[in-house]
Design a protein around this ligand. Sequence first.
Ligand code: FAD
Ligand code: NAD
Length: 475
Amino acid sequence: MTEKFDLIVIGGGPGGYVAAIRAAQLGLNTACIDMTTARDGKAALGGTCLNVGCIPSKALLDSSKHFHHLNNDYAAHGINVTDASIDIDTMIARKDKVVSKLTGGVAQLFKANKIRQFHGRGRLLADRQVEFTAHDSDEAQLLHADNIILASGSVPIEIPNVAFDGEFIIDNEGALDLTEVPERLGVIGAGVIGLELGSVWSRLGSEVTLLEALPEFLMTADQDIAKQAGRLFKRQGLDIRLGTLVKSAIVEDGEVRVTFENQKGEDNISFNRLLVAVGRKPYTEGLLADDCGVELNERGQIGVDEQSRTSVAGVWAIGDCVRGPMLAHKASEEGIAVAELMAGKAAHIHFDTVPWVVYTDPEIAWVGKTEQELIEQAISYRVGSFPFAATGRGLAMGDAAGMVKMLADEESDEILGVHIIGPGASELISECVVAMEFHGASEDLARIVHAHPTLSEAVHEAALHVDRRAIHRGN
Ligand code: FAD
Ligand code: NAD
C-alpha cells in the first residue's frame, strides 16, 4: 500500500531537515528520507554539514586554535606552559561527540514536530511518488505526497588521475578523522576547505603545502582582504603555491607523489597524506527515475526557478544540489522559503546578501560585492576601512590583525559590500547583513551607537571612514 504525506523531503541536511521542520510547524504531514548512517549503524540526520562538514571542521578548528595559542600567544599574557601536547584521539572523540549531540538533536526535533523519519534511500518517480529503500533492506516501499523537496546535497569533486583511496589520498571526511598528525600534508586547492582543514593540521604541527591552480589567492574574496590573508597565512606556516595545477598523484612506498605544472614546467612533490579539496558537485546519483520529469542542467544541478520550483509541479529542489552558493545557511533559508510557499505564504530570499565566512584565524567574512566586482560593473563607489590594530578591544585581547572594509554607492551611500578579516569576523558580518537587507547606508552604521570596547567598533569606524571622518585613524 502506498503511504501518503503532504510533503516528502529527500535529504536530511541543513536544507532538507529545516524544510521538514518548518513544513511541520505549518501543519503539513511531513516525512523526511535520509540515508546517512553513523558508525553505530543508526541514522544520522544533518547531512554533510553536521556529519562531515561545517560542525566537525569547526570543532577541530577550535581545538587546534587552543593548542596553537597555548604554544604561541599565551606567553605574552604571562601564561607559561611547558611541554604542551595534543592527544589526537581525544580531540577527534570530542569532535564526534559534538556531531552526535547535534545529529541526535535533529532527530529529537523531528519527533517533537511529528515528522516521519525514513532511514535509507529515496528516489523520485513520476506522479509525485517516491520509492524508499531502507538502509538495511533491498525491498522498496512506495510513498506519495502532494509536494516533494529534493535536498540531496553535494559530494567532493574527484580530479582525473588523483583517485581517493581513503587512506593516503583523502577528502574532507578523511581529513576530519586522521589518527595522527601527518609530517607533511599536501592539499590540492587553496579554497575554503583547503584553508580550514589545512589550518587545523598545520596548527598541530604538520608541514602543510597548498597547491592552487589559479594565479591569484582567494579569487572570490575582495582582493585587499585576500592579500592580507595570504600574508598572514604565510606567517602561520602555510605554504600556498599559486599557479600550480595538479596533474596526477600516485601512492608509492607509503607516500603520495604529486605531479603538478606551474610556470616553470612540470615537477613533483611528495607528502605523507594528500587532501583533495577542489570543490564539490551536486549529488543526484539514483535520485531521479528516468520518467520523473525533473531535469539536470549542464552543471549537473537540479534545474529550479528563483523560488526553487523544478519543471515538475509540486516538486522543489534546494541547497547544494541547485544553483547558488554551497552554504548551509543558504540551504536552510531555501528550505524555509519553500515550506512557506507550499503552505500558501509569501517567501523570498535575497541571494545578494548571503554572507560568506572562512573560519581561519583570523576569520574572513564578507557580504555583497567586492571592489573588483564594482569596478567590472562600472558602479561608482566610496570605500572606508579600519584596522583592528586601532581598536582597544583587539589590542586588549592580543588579537588585532586584520581590518574591516566597507563599500558604499557613491551617490546614494547604500552599502554595497562589507569585507572583514580579523577576530570575530563571522559574528561581525551579521550587523552588515542586516544593514544591507534594509538597504542601509554607511551613514546609518556611522550613526548607530556601538558598545565600547568591542570589535564592532571597527565596523563603526569603517562606516565613518567612508565619509572620511573616522575618529581613531587618519582620514
Ligand atoms: P547536505 O548537507 O549534503 O545533505 C544532503 C543529505 O541528503 C545527506 O545526508 C545525503 O546523504 C542525503 N541524500 C542524498 N541523496 C539521497 C537520497 N537519494 N535518499 C536519501 N538521502 C539522500 N557551509 C557553511 O555554510 N558553513 C561552513 O562552515 C561550512 N563548512 C563546511 C566544511 C566542510 C568540510 C564541507 C565539506 C562543507 C562545509 N559547508 C559549510 C557546506 C555545507 O556543508 C553545505 O552547503 C550544506 O551541508 C548543504 O546542505 P544540503 O542540505 O543542501 O545538503
Ligand atoms: P573551493 O571552490 O572553495 O576551492 C577549490 C579550489 O581548488 C579552487 O581555488 C580551485 O581553483 C582549486 N583547484 C581546482 N582544481 C585544481 C587542480 N587540479 N589543482 C590545483 N588546484 C585546483 O572548494 P572547496 O574548498 O572544496 O569547498 C567546496 C565548497 O564547500 C565551498 O565552495 C563552499 O561552498 C563549501 N564550504 C564552505 C565553508 C564555509 O562556509 N566556511 C567551508 C568549507 C566548505
